[in-house]
Design a protein around this ligand. Structure first.
Ligand code: 9D3
Length: 249
């Protein structure tokens, strides 16, 4: 993915991505570019109306399909007509890092962020390739979800991350939570850094970290690590570090 465009009523919000940190650096180095298209600029009346009342009644307003399609045409002029079009909606497939990695292989992406109650369904059917949600909670619009998706996708682009993160792609640790981290001082409010981390034995440290990552994953995210995915190696690692727990009887 090299070219990004976002269709949004709040383009200024995206400075959170363009102006800060890892993503900001990627944009300023030209690894990726971002265009912003405001549907307000494609309204058909002089007031810049982009929404209307829902057929069938009910609360809130719905974003008009024609306005969204005109804004989308502009986005396609910016990043290419072959771009994949993604709408951020609470009804979408739940986003994760597997999806992020797949999206990073597309040359261009267009993200459409909704406000109000949502977008007219005919726009979604005609013009959208994929609907994504960022999880089972409600936020006020698609902008923060779009930024989250962009951040996660950009991290898969070659050159965006330094070497620090690729080290974590040790196959044993992949798909697990991180191990605990410590920095100076050696003792903080009576709690010492685990001795093994001060030992200088890098093999032993790597083993301890794997065991800690495994223990935390089983305890906190059993959905990532169930009985089937637990191998004999895993069990031996936990036993080695005294992290085995009784299985409930
Ligand atoms: C009562 C029906 N609500 C749907 C769950 C109304 C509604 C709430 C929030 C309609 C739109 C929104 C705005 N949210 C998004 O546009 C959104 C979103 C989200 O709220 N949660 C998780 N992922 C996403 S992606 C876009």
């Amino acid at each position: 993915m090299r070219h990004l465009s976002v269709v949004t009523l709040f383009p200024e919000m995206f400075s959170a991505l363009t102006d800060w940190g890892v993503t900001g650096r990627a944009f300023s180095r030209g690894l990726c570019d971002l265009s912003l298209v405001n549907p307000r600029d494609y309204a058909s009346d002089k007031h810049g109306t982009v929404d209307d009342r829902p057929y069938g009644g009910g609360p809130g307003m719905v974003m008009q399909p024609a306005v969204l399609d005109r804004a989308l045409s502009e986005a396609k002029q910016q990043v290419g007509t072959e771009a994949m079009v993604i709408a951020l909606t609470p009804q979408g497939t739940v986003f994760n890092d597997r999806v992020a990695r797949e999206l990073s292989t597309h040359s261009s992406l267009i993200l459409v962020a909704g406000r109000y109650e949502g977008m007219d369904e005919r726009f979604i059917k005609r013009s959208v390739d994929l609907e994504l949600s960022v999880g089972d909670f409600v936020v006020s619009g698609g902008e923060m979800p779009a930024m989250l998706v962009i951040d996660a996708v950009m991290r898969w682009l070659p050159g965006v991350l330094g070497h620090a993160d690729s080290a974590a792609e040790d196959s044993f640790v992949e798909g697990m939570l991180d191990y605990p981290h410590y920095t100076r001082p050696e003792e903080y409010l009576g709690e010492r850094v685990p001795d093994v981390l001060l030992s200088g034995d890098h093999g032993k440290i790597a083993s301890w970290r794997q065991a800690q990552a495994l223990r935390r994953t089983i305890d906190r995210r059993p959905d990532l690590m169930n009985a089937e995915t637990l191998s004999r190696e895993h069990n031996e690692l936990l036993r080695k570090w005294g992290l085995e727990k009784n299985t409930g009887r």
